[in-house]
Design a protein around this ligand. Structure first.
Ligand code: NAP
Ligand code: MG
Length: 480
Protein backbone atom coordinates (compact mmCIF):
# COMPACT_ATOMS: atom_id res chain seq x y z
CA UNK A 1 0.00 0.00 0.00
CA UNK A 2 2.84 2.34 0.79
CA UNK A 3 5.32 3.11 -1.94
CA UNK A 4 8.99 2.42 -1.28
CA UNK A 5 11.12 5.35 -0.26
CA UNK A 6 11.89 6.82 -3.68
CA UNK A 7 9.50 9.39 -5.02
CA UNK A 8 8.77 10.93 -8.37
CA UNK A 9 6.77 13.96 -9.28
CA UNK A 10 3.26 13.73 -10.48
CA UNK A 11 0.74 16.53 -10.33
CA UNK A 12 -1.82 16.25 -7.54
CA UNK A 13 -5.06 14.63 -8.63
CA UNK A 14 -7.09 17.30 -10.35
CA UNK A 15 -10.50 18.27 -9.05
CA UNK A 16 -11.55 19.58 -12.50
CA UNK A 17 -14.71 17.93 -13.77
CA UNK A 18 -15.53 16.65 -10.31
CA UNK A 19 -19.04 17.75 -9.61
CA UNK A 20 -19.68 18.78 -6.05
CA UNK A 21 -22.88 20.66 -5.38
CA UNK A 22 -23.18 23.49 -2.92
CA UNK A 23 -26.00 21.75 -1.11
CA UNK A 24 -27.08 18.13 -0.74
CA UNK A 25 -30.52 16.84 0.20
CA UNK A 26 -31.73 13.59 1.74
CA UNK A 27 -32.43 10.64 -0.55
CA UNK A 28 -35.85 9.35 0.45
CA UNK A 29 -38.31 7.27 -1.55
CA UNK A 30 -36.34 7.68 -4.77
CA UNK A 31 -36.15 11.49 -4.60
CA UNK A 32 -33.71 14.07 -3.32
CA UNK A 33 -35.74 15.65 -0.55
CA UNK A 34 -35.29 18.74 1.60
CA UNK A 35 -35.18 18.09 5.35
CA UNK A 36 -38.51 18.81 7.08
CA UNK A 37 -36.96 21.17 9.60
CA UNK A 38 -34.77 22.86 6.99
CA UNK A 39 -31.49 22.31 8.84
CA UNK A 40 -28.13 21.85 7.14
CA UNK A 41 -24.60 21.27 8.38
CA UNK A 42 -21.22 21.79 6.71
CA UNK A 43 -18.95 19.06 5.49
CA UNK A 44 -15.33 20.10 5.79
CA UNK A 45 -12.15 19.31 3.90
CA UNK A 46 -9.85 18.18 6.76
CA UNK A 47 -6.68 19.09 4.86
CA UNK A 48 -7.54 22.81 5.10
CA UNK A 49 -10.66 22.91 7.30
CA UNK A 50 -12.62 24.70 4.59
CA UNK A 51 -16.24 24.01 3.88
CA UNK A 52 -16.98 21.79 0.89
CA UNK A 53 -20.79 21.72 0.88
CA UNK A 54 -23.97 22.04 2.95
CA UNK A 55 -25.55 18.75 3.92
CA UNK A 56 -29.17 18.17 4.97
CA UNK A 57 -29.60 17.17 8.59
CA UNK A 58 -32.27 14.52 8.99
CA UNK A 59 -34.61 14.95 11.96
CA UNK A 60 -36.93 12.40 13.53
CA UNK A 61 -39.60 13.27 10.93
CA UNK A 62 -37.21 12.68 8.03
CA UNK A 63 -36.06 9.37 9.47
CA UNK A 64 -39.70 8.40 9.85
CA UNK A 65 -40.35 9.25 6.18
CA UNK A 66 -37.34 7.18 5.14
CA UNK A 67 -38.34 4.18 7.26
CA UNK A 68 -41.93 4.35 5.94
CA UNK A 69 -40.63 4.49 2.36
CA UNK A 70 -38.39 1.48 3.02
CA UNK A 71 -41.27 -0.41 4.59
CA UNK A 72 -43.55 0.34 1.66
CA UNK A 73 -40.92 -0.79 -0.84
CA UNK A 74 -40.13 -3.97 1.07
CA UNK A 75 -42.92 -6.21 -0.19
CA UNK A 76 -42.19 -5.61 -3.86
CA UNK A 77 -38.42 -5.81 -3.51
CA UNK A 78 -38.52 -9.00 -1.46
CA UNK A 79 -40.90 -10.57 -3.97
CA UNK A 80 -38.61 -9.90 -6.94
CA UNK A 81 -36.65 -12.91 -8.11
CA UNK A 82 -33.05 -13.08 -6.93
CA UNK A 83 -31.98 -12.78 -10.54
CA UNK A 84 -33.80 -9.47 -10.93
CA UNK A 85 -32.42 -8.09 -7.67
CA UNK A 86 -28.96 -9.18 -8.76
CA UNK A 87 -29.27 -7.18 -11.98
CA UNK A 88 -29.76 -3.95 -10.05
CA UNK A 89 -26.84 -4.70 -7.75
CA UNK A 90 -24.58 -5.48 -10.72
CA UNK A 91 -25.65 -2.19 -12.28
CA UNK A 92 -24.66 -0.29 -9.13
CA UNK A 93 -21.26 -2.05 -9.15
CA UNK A 94 -20.69 -1.10 -12.79
CA UNK A 95 -21.70 2.51 -12.20
CA UNK A 96 -19.23 2.79 -9.30
CA UNK A 97 -16.49 1.49 -11.58
CA UNK A 98 -17.42 3.93 -14.32
CA UNK A 99 -17.25 6.85 -11.91
CA UNK A 100 -14.36 5.50 -9.85
CA UNK A 101 -12.11 8.52 -10.32
CA UNK A 102 -14.81 10.91 -9.18
CA UNK A 103 -15.53 8.75 -6.13
CA UNK A 104 -11.83 8.55 -5.25
CA UNK A 105 -11.28 12.31 -5.43
CA UNK A 106 -14.39 13.08 -3.40
CA UNK A 107 -13.48 10.48 -0.78
CA UNK A 108 -10.03 12.01 -0.33
CA UNK A 109 -11.37 15.58 -0.28
CA UNK A 110 -14.06 14.90 2.29
CA UNK A 111 -12.24 12.44 4.54
CA UNK A 112 -8.52 13.25 4.17
CA UNK A 113 -7.21 9.86 3.06
CA UNK A 114 -4.42 9.69 0.45
CA UNK A 115 -5.74 9.52 -3.11
CA UNK A 116 -3.60 6.44 -3.76
CA UNK A 117 -5.60 4.59 -1.12
CA UNK A 118 -9.04 5.76 -2.19
CA UNK A 119 -8.18 5.12 -5.85
CA UNK A 120 -6.51 1.71 -5.45
CA UNK A 121 -8.24 0.28 -2.39
CA UNK A 122 -11.49 1.86 -1.15
CA UNK A 123 -13.31 2.42 -4.42
CA UNK A 124 -12.35 -0.84 -6.20
CA UNK A 125 -13.20 -2.81 -3.05
CA UNK A 126 -16.58 -1.07 -2.81
CA UNK A 127 -17.40 -2.00 -6.41
CA UNK A 128 -16.21 -5.57 -5.75
CA UNK A 129 -18.49 -5.85 -2.79
CA UNK A 130 -21.53 -5.07 -4.94
CA UNK A 131 -20.32 -7.49 -7.64
CA UNK A 132 -19.78 -10.23 -5.09
CA UNK A 133 -23.22 -9.95 -3.46
CA UNK A 134 -24.97 -9.45 -6.80
CA UNK A 135 -23.73 -12.96 -7.52
CA UNK A 136 -25.39 -14.34 -4.39
CA UNK A 137 -28.81 -12.79 -5.01
CA UNK A 138 -30.09 -15.72 -7.10
CA UNK A 139 -28.11 -18.37 -5.21
CA UNK A 140 -29.52 -18.05 -1.72
CA UNK A 141 -30.73 -21.65 -1.91
CA UNK A 142 -27.05 -22.64 -2.20
CA UNK A 143 -25.99 -20.27 0.55
CA UNK A 144 -28.53 -21.82 2.92
CA UNK A 145 -29.10 -25.38 1.70
CA UNK A 146 -32.34 -27.03 2.86
CA UNK A 147 -33.43 -23.90 4.73
CA UNK A 148 -36.17 -21.56 3.72
CA UNK A 149 -34.95 -18.01 4.19
CA UNK A 150 -36.75 -14.71 4.18
CA UNK A 151 -35.38 -11.16 4.29
CA UNK A 152 -35.57 -9.44 7.67
CA UNK A 153 -37.38 -6.30 6.50
CA UNK A 154 -36.18 -2.73 6.93
CA UNK A 155 -32.49 -2.51 7.78
CA UNK A 156 -31.19 0.61 9.55
CA UNK A 157 -27.51 0.96 8.71
CA UNK A 158 -25.12 3.34 10.45
CA UNK A 159 -21.53 3.75 9.32
CA UNK A 160 -18.34 5.56 10.41
CA UNK A 161 -16.06 8.03 8.65
CA UNK A 162 -12.92 6.00 8.09
CA UNK A 163 -14.00 4.07 4.95
CA UNK A 164 -17.15 5.94 3.95
CA UNK A 165 -18.00 4.42 0.56
CA UNK A 166 -16.59 1.02 1.41
CA UNK A 167 -18.62 0.75 4.62
CA UNK A 168 -21.75 1.78 2.70
CA UNK A 169 -21.01 -1.03 0.23
CA UNK A 170 -20.42 -3.55 3.04
CA UNK A 171 -23.82 -2.67 4.44
CA UNK A 172 -25.96 -2.20 1.33
CA UNK A 173 -24.84 -5.05 -0.93
CA UNK A 174 -25.75 -8.06 1.28
CA UNK A 175 -28.95 -6.38 2.50
CA UNK A 176 -30.18 -5.84 -1.07
CA UNK A 177 -29.08 -9.25 -2.30
CA UNK A 178 -31.22 -10.92 0.37
CA UNK A 179 -34.30 -8.76 -0.34
CA UNK A 180 -34.21 -6.19 2.47
CA UNK A 181 -34.80 -2.47 2.11
CA UNK A 182 -32.54 0.07 3.75
CA UNK A 183 -32.19 3.37 5.56
CA UNK A 184 -28.48 4.23 5.66
CA UNK A 185 -26.77 7.01 7.58
CA UNK A 186 -23.19 8.01 6.73
CA UNK A 187 -20.99 9.75 9.32
CA UNK A 188 -21.34 13.49 9.80
CA UNK A 189 -17.79 14.28 8.63
CA UNK A 190 -17.86 12.17 5.46
CA UNK A 191 -21.30 12.20 3.81
CA UNK A 192 -20.28 13.02 0.23
CA UNK A 193 -19.53 9.62 -1.30
CA UNK A 194 -22.71 8.11 0.20
CA UNK A 195 -24.61 10.95 -1.46
CA UNK A 196 -22.81 10.27 -4.76
CA UNK A 197 -23.81 6.67 -4.29
CA UNK A 198 -27.42 7.84 -3.88
CA UNK A 199 -27.12 9.48 -7.32
CA UNK A 200 -25.81 6.24 -8.81
CA UNK A 201 -28.51 4.21 -7.13
CA UNK A 202 -31.02 6.63 -8.60
CA UNK A 203 -29.47 6.23 -12.06
CA UNK A 204 -29.55 2.45 -11.70
CA UNK A 205 -33.34 2.58 -11.67
CA UNK A 206 -33.59 0.75 -8.34
CA UNK A 207 -37.27 0.80 -7.29
CA UNK A 208 -37.99 3.83 -5.12
CA UNK A 209 -37.74 3.40 -1.38
CA UNK A 210 -35.47 0.34 -1.53
CA UNK A 211 -32.46 2.44 -0.50
CA UNK A 212 -32.86 5.68 1.48
CA UNK A 213 -29.87 7.73 2.53
CA UNK A 214 -30.28 10.15 5.43
CA UNK A 215 -27.45 12.40 6.52
CA UNK A 216 -26.92 13.83 9.96
CA UNK A 217 -24.94 13.32 13.14
CA UNK A 218 -25.37 10.96 16.09
CA UNK A 219 -28.94 12.12 16.82
CA UNK A 220 -30.05 11.03 13.35
CA UNK A 221 -28.43 7.64 13.96
CA UNK A 222 -30.29 7.32 17.25
CA UNK A 223 -33.60 8.06 15.50
CA UNK A 224 -32.95 5.12 13.18
CA UNK A 225 -32.03 2.85 16.08
CA UNK A 226 -35.16 3.78 18.02
CA UNK A 227 -37.65 3.71 15.15
CA UNK A 228 -40.17 0.95 15.91
CA UNK A 229 -40.55 -0.09 12.27
CA UNK A 230 -36.85 -0.82 11.73
CA UNK A 231 -36.28 -4.58 11.87
CA UNK A 232 -32.52 -4.80 11.88
CA UNK A 233 -29.66 -2.52 12.89
CA UNK A 234 -26.27 -2.91 11.25
CA UNK A 235 -23.77 -0.63 12.94
CA UNK A 236 -20.08 0.04 12.43
CA UNK A 237 -18.47 2.49 14.80
CA UNK A 238 -17.15 2.90 18.29
CA UNK A 239 -17.65 0.43 21.12
CA UNK A 240 -19.30 3.19 23.18
CA UNK A 241 -22.08 3.83 20.65
CA UNK A 242 -22.34 0.05 20.07
CA UNK A 243 -23.19 -0.39 23.76
CA UNK A 244 -25.76 2.40 23.58
CA UNK A 245 -27.41 0.66 20.61
CA UNK A 246 -27.54 -2.69 22.33
CA UNK A 247 -29.20 -1.11 25.33
CA UNK A 248 -31.60 0.89 23.19
CA UNK A 249 -32.95 -2.16 21.34
CA UNK A 250 -33.03 -4.54 24.30
CA UNK A 251 -36.51 -6.05 24.52
CA UNK A 252 -37.48 -5.11 20.95
CA UNK A 253 -37.83 -7.42 17.94
CA UNK A 254 -34.79 -5.87 16.25
CA UNK A 255 -31.88 -7.96 15.05
CA UNK A 256 -28.46 -6.35 15.38
CA UNK A 257 -24.87 -6.70 14.22
CA UNK A 258 -22.12 -4.54 15.70
CA UNK A 259 -18.70 -3.94 14.13
CA UNK A 260 -16.83 -1.99 16.77
CA UNK A 261 -13.35 -0.89 17.79
CA UNK A 262 -10.08 -2.78 17.97
CA UNK A 263 -6.50 -2.80 19.19
CA UNK A 264 -4.84 -5.26 16.83
CA UNK A 265 -1.63 -7.07 17.76
CA UNK A 266 1.00 -7.33 15.06
CA UNK A 267 3.54 -10.02 16.02
CA UNK A 268 7.01 -10.25 14.49
CA UNK A 269 8.97 -13.47 15.15
CA UNK A 270 12.74 -13.67 14.84
CA UNK A 271 12.45 -15.92 11.79
CA UNK A 272 10.30 -13.42 9.84
CA UNK A 273 11.46 -11.83 6.60
CA UNK A 274 12.45 -8.65 8.40
CA UNK A 275 12.26 -6.10 5.58
CA UNK A 276 8.82 -7.34 4.56
CA UNK A 277 7.72 -7.32 8.18
CA UNK A 278 8.84 -3.69 8.54
CA UNK A 279 6.72 -2.75 5.50
CA UNK A 280 3.91 -4.72 7.11
CA UNK A 281 4.22 -2.78 10.35
CA UNK A 282 4.11 0.52 8.45
CA UNK A 283 1.05 -0.54 6.51
CA UNK A 284 -0.65 -1.98 9.60
CA UNK A 285 -0.55 1.27 11.57
CA UNK A 286 -0.17 4.15 9.10
CA UNK A 287 -2.62 3.02 6.40
CA UNK A 288 -5.50 5.55 6.37
CA UNK A 289 -3.74 7.62 9.10
CA UNK A 290 -4.38 4.73 11.48
CA UNK A 291 -8.13 5.40 11.28
CA UNK A 292 -8.67 1.69 10.91
CA UNK A 293 -10.62 -0.48 13.34
CA UNK A 294 -8.37 -3.44 12.57
CA UNK A 295 -5.10 -1.42 12.57
CA UNK A 296 -2.03 -3.16 13.95
CA UNK A 297 -1.69 -0.59 16.69
CA UNK A 298 0.21 -2.85 19.10
CA UNK A 299 3.50 -4.23 17.84
CA UNK A 300 5.13 -7.24 19.51
CA UNK A 301 8.70 -7.93 18.35
CA UNK A 302 10.69 -10.96 19.45
CA UNK A 303 13.49 -9.72 21.64
CA UNK A 304 16.36 -11.14 19.57
CA UNK A 305 15.39 -9.01 16.54
CA UNK A 306 13.89 -6.03 18.34
CA UNK A 307 16.83 -3.66 17.84
CA UNK A 308 17.12 -4.28 14.13
CA UNK A 309 13.36 -4.12 13.53
CA UNK A 310 12.96 -0.88 15.48
CA UNK A 311 15.90 0.76 13.72
CA UNK A 312 14.59 -0.21 10.30
CA UNK A 313 11.15 0.98 11.29
CA UNK A 314 12.46 4.39 12.34
CA UNK A 315 14.46 4.67 9.09
CA UNK A 316 11.40 3.82 7.06
CA UNK A 317 9.26 6.31 8.98
CA UNK A 318 11.70 9.06 7.94
CA UNK A 319 10.70 8.47 4.32
CA UNK A 320 6.93 8.70 4.80
CA UNK A 321 5.32 11.72 3.20
CA UNK A 322 2.61 13.41 5.22
CA UNK A 323 0.54 15.94 3.32
CA UNK A 324 -1.99 16.79 0.62
CA UNK A 325 -4.40 13.85 0.31
CA UNK A 326 -4.77 14.56 -3.41
CA UNK A 327 -1.02 14.27 -4.07
CA UNK A 328 -0.22 10.82 -5.43
CA UNK A 329 3.05 10.73 -3.49
CA UNK A 330 1.35 11.18 -0.14
CA UNK A 331 1.60 8.28 2.30
CA UNK A 332 -0.26 9.78 5.23
CA UNK A 333 -3.11 12.21 4.64
CA UNK A 334 -5.10 14.49 6.93
CA UNK A 335 -6.63 13.45 10.23
CA UNK A 336 -10.35 13.21 9.59
CA UNK A 337 -11.55 15.95 11.94
CA UNK A 338 -10.32 18.47 14.50
CA UNK A 339 -12.02 16.39 17.16
CA UNK A 340 -10.19 13.22 16.15
CA UNK A 341 -6.90 15.13 16.06
CA UNK A 342 -7.52 16.28 19.64
CA UNK A 343 -8.22 12.68 20.68
CA UNK A 344 -4.95 11.49 19.13
CA UNK A 345 -2.91 14.36 20.57
CA UNK A 346 -4.40 13.64 23.97
CA UNK A 347 -3.31 9.99 23.74
CA UNK A 348 0.20 11.09 22.78
CA UNK A 349 0.28 13.19 25.96
CA UNK A 350 -1.03 10.27 27.98
CA UNK A 351 1.71 8.05 26.50
CA UNK A 352 4.38 10.56 27.50
CA UNK A 353 2.93 11.01 31.00
CA UNK A 354 2.92 7.25 31.45
CA UNK A 355 6.65 7.22 30.75
CA UNK A 356 6.61 6.06 27.14
CA UNK A 357 9.56 6.94 24.90
CA UNK A 358 8.26 8.68 21.78
CA UNK A 359 9.73 8.72 18.30
CA UNK A 360 8.48 10.86 15.42
CA UNK A 361 10.37 11.42 12.17
CA UNK A 362 11.35 14.88 10.95
CA UNK A 363 8.45 15.70 8.72
CA UNK A 364 7.07 19.05 7.73
CA UNK A 365 3.43 19.07 8.57
CA UNK A 366 1.30 21.47 6.50
CA UNK A 367 0.24 24.62 8.34
CA UNK A 368 -3.51 24.51 7.73
CA UNK A 369 -5.68 21.47 8.38
CA UNK A 370 -5.48 18.49 10.75
CA UNK A 371 -2.17 16.63 10.75
CA UNK A 372 -0.33 14.16 12.91
CA UNK A 373 3.21 12.88 12.37
CA UNK A 374 3.61 9.08 12.35
CA UNK A 375 4.41 8.21 15.94
CA UNK A 376 5.78 5.26 17.85
CA UNK A 377 6.13 4.60 21.54
CA UNK A 378 8.76 2.40 23.17
CA UNK A 379 9.06 1.59 26.88
CA UNK A 380 5.41 0.77 27.32
CA UNK A 381 3.76 -2.18 29.03
CA UNK A 382 0.42 -3.96 29.08
CA UNK A 383 -1.04 -1.64 31.71
CA UNK A 384 -0.42 1.56 29.74
CA UNK A 385 -3.51 3.23 28.39
CA UNK A 386 -1.95 3.65 24.94
CA UNK A 387 -1.53 -0.14 24.87
CA UNK A 388 -5.08 -0.90 25.99
CA UNK A 389 -7.23 1.79 24.38
CA UNK A 390 -8.08 2.43 20.76
CA UNK A 391 -6.42 5.66 19.56
CA UNK A 392 -7.61 5.51 15.94
CA UNK A 393 -4.62 7.46 14.67
CA UNK A 394 -1.03 6.94 13.44
CA UNK A 395 0.33 5.93 16.84
CA UNK A 396 2.05 2.59 17.45
CA UNK A 397 2.85 1.05 20.85
CA UNK A 398 5.83 -1.32 20.76
CA UNK A 399 6.61 -4.16 23.17
CA UNK A 400 8.98 -7.10 22.98
CA UNK A 401 8.49 -10.76 23.88
CA UNK A 402 10.57 -13.91 24.28
CA UNK A 403 8.24 -16.90 23.95
CA UNK A 404 5.13 -17.78 21.98
CA UNK A 405 3.05 -18.30 25.12
CA UNK A 406 4.04 -14.89 26.40
CA UNK A 407 3.04 -13.11 23.19
CA UNK A 408 -0.28 -14.96 22.97
CA UNK A 409 -1.06 -13.91 26.53
CA UNK A 410 -0.16 -10.29 25.86
CA UNK A 411 -1.88 -10.12 22.46
CA UNK A 412 -5.17 -11.38 23.94
CA UNK A 413 -4.98 -9.07 26.92
CA UNK A 414 -7.23 -6.21 25.75
CA UNK A 415 -11.01 -5.75 25.79
CA UNK A 416 -11.00 -6.06 21.98
CA UNK A 417 -10.76 -9.00 19.59
CA UNK A 418 -10.90 -7.75 16.02
CA UNK A 419 -7.61 -8.37 14.20
CA UNK A 420 -4.04 -9.65 14.53
CA UNK A 421 -1.00 -10.19 12.32
CA UNK A 422 1.72 -12.84 12.48
CA UNK A 423 5.09 -12.56 10.71
CA UNK A 424 7.14 -15.77 10.53
CA UNK A 425 8.54 -18.16 7.94
CA UNK A 426 7.27 -21.13 9.97
CA UNK A 427 3.86 -22.40 8.89
CA UNK A 428 3.20 -24.36 12.08
CA UNK A 429 3.64 -21.21 14.16
CA UNK A 430 1.03 -19.47 12.03
CA UNK A 431 -1.47 -22.30 12.56
CA UNK A 432 -0.74 -22.36 16.27
CA UNK A 433 -1.34 -18.61 16.63
CA UNK A 434 -4.48 -18.56 14.53
CA UNK A 435 -5.92 -21.07 17.01
CA UNK A 436 -4.86 -19.15 20.08
CA UNK A 437 -5.37 -15.50 19.19
CA UNK A 438 -8.76 -14.14 20.07
CA UNK A 439 -9.36 -12.11 16.92
CA UNK A 440 -11.92 -12.21 14.11
CA UNK A 441 -9.29 -11.71 11.40
CA UNK A 442 -5.69 -12.92 11.56
CA UNK A 443 -3.30 -12.06 8.75
CA UNK A 444 -0.12 -14.06 8.15
CA UNK A 445 2.83 -12.20 6.59
CA UNK A 446 0.53 -9.41 5.47
CA UNK A 447 -1.85 -6.92 7.10
CA UNK A 448 -4.96 -4.89 6.30
CA UNK A 449 -5.92 -7.06 3.33
CA UNK A 450 -9.62 -7.01 2.58
CA UNK A 451 -11.70 -9.03 0.19
CA UNK A 452 -15.44 -9.24 -0.42
CA UNK A 453 -15.34 -13.04 -0.18
CA UNK A 454 -13.86 -13.05 3.30
CA UNK A 455 -15.87 -12.56 6.51
CA UNK A 456 -14.87 -9.73 8.84
CA UNK A 457 -15.95 -9.07 12.42
CA UNK A 458 -14.97 -9.18 16.05
CA UNK A 459 -14.96 -10.93 19.38
CA UNK A 460 -15.35 -9.42 22.84
CA UNK A 461 -15.85 -5.63 22.75
CA UNK A 462 -15.10 -5.54 19.03
CA UNK A 463 -18.70 -6.61 18.46
CA UNK A 464 -20.53 -9.53 16.89
CA UNK A 465 -21.81 -10.63 13.51
CA UNK A 466 -19.79 -10.93 10.32
CA UNK A 467 -19.72 -8.82 7.18
CA UNK A 468 -18.35 -10.10 3.89
CA UNK A 469 -18.39 -13.55 2.36
CA UNK A 470 -21.14 -16.08 2.79
CA UNK A 471 -21.32 -15.24 6.51
CA UNK A 472 -22.31 -11.69 5.64
CA UNK A 473 -25.64 -12.90 4.25
CA UNK A 474 -26.80 -14.54 7.48
CA UNK A 475 -27.59 -11.42 9.42
CA UNK A 476 -29.96 -10.22 6.69
CA UNK A 477 -32.18 -13.30 6.63
CA UNK A 478 -34.54 -15.10 8.96
CA UNK A 479 -35.18 -18.81 8.81
CA UNK A 480 -38.61 -20.39 8.62
P1 NAP B 1 -18.97 6.50 16.24
O1 NAP B 1 -18.82 7.79 16.89
O2 NAP B 1 -19.45 5.35 17.01
O3 NAP B 1 -19.91 6.75 14.99
C1 NAP B 1 -20.31 5.75 14.09
C2 NAP B 1 -21.62 6.14 13.47
O4 NAP B 1 -22.63 6.14 14.47
C3 NAP B 1 -21.62 7.54 12.88
O5 NAP B 1 -22.45 7.55 11.74
C4 NAP B 1 -22.23 8.33 14.02
O6 NAP B 1 -22.77 9.54 13.61
C5 NAP B 1 -23.28 7.39 14.53
N1 NAP B 1 -23.71 7.64 15.90
C6 NAP B 1 -23.13 8.39 16.87
N2 NAP B 1 -23.86 8.35 18.00
C7 NAP B 1 -24.93 7.56 17.74
C8 NAP B 1 -26.06 7.12 18.51
N3 NAP B 1 -26.22 7.47 19.78
N4 NAP B 1 -26.96 6.31 17.93
C9 NAP B 1 -26.81 5.91 16.65
N5 NAP B 1 -25.77 6.30 15.86
C10 NAP B 1 -24.85 7.10 16.40
O7 NAP B 1 -17.62 6.02 15.58
P2 NAP B 1 -16.67 6.86 14.65
O8 NAP B 1 -15.88 7.75 15.50
O9 NAP B 1 -17.44 7.42 13.50
O10 NAP B 1 -15.78 5.70 14.02
C11 NAP B 1 -14.67 5.21 14.63
C12 NAP B 1 -14.98 3.89 15.33
O11 NAP B 1 -15.50 2.95 14.42
C13 NAP B 1 -13.73 3.27 15.88
O12 NAP B 1 -13.95 2.83 17.19
C14 NAP B 1 -13.49 2.09 14.96
O13 NAP B 1 -12.76 1.05 15.53
C15 NAP B 1 -14.86 1.70 14.58
N6 NAP B 1 -14.86 0.95 13.32
C16 NAP B 1 -15.10 -0.38 13.37
C17 NAP B 1 -15.08 -1.14 12.21
C18 NAP B 1 -15.35 -2.61 12.24
O14 NAP B 1 -15.63 -3.17 11.20
N7 NAP B 1 -15.29 -3.27 13.37
C19 NAP B 1 -14.82 -0.52 10.98
C20 NAP B 1 -14.56 0.85 10.97
C21 NAP B 1 -14.59 1.58 12.16
P3 NAP B 1 -21.84 10.85 13.46
O15 NAP B 1 -20.44 10.43 13.23
O16 NAP B 1 -22.41 11.49 12.27
O17 NAP B 1 -22.00 11.59 14.72
MG1 MG C 1 -15.49 16.03 5.60
Amino acid sequence: MFKSSWTYHEAPESTDHIQIKEQYELYINGAFTKPVEGKYFDTINPSNNQKIASIAEASKKDVDKAVKAAKKAFKGWAALSGKERGKYIFRIARLIQERAREFAVIESLDGGKPIRESRDIDIPLAANHFFYYAGWADKLAYAFPNRKVKPVGVAGQIIPWNFPLLMAAWKLAPALATGNTVVLKPAETTPLTALKLAEIIHDSGLPKGVVNIVTGAGATGAEIVNHPEVDKIAFTGSTGVGKYIQNAIAGTHKKVTLELGGKGANIIFEDAAIDQAVEGIINAIFFNQGHVCCAGSRLFVQESVANVVIQKLKDRMETLIVGDPLDKNTDIGAINSKKQLQTIENYIKIGLNEGGEIYQPNCNLPKKGNWCAPTLFLNVSQSHRIVQEEIFGPVLAIQTFRTIDEVIEKANNTPYGLSAGVWTQTGSKIFHLTQKLNAGVIWANTFNKFDATSPFGGYKESGFGREGGLHGLSSYVTFD
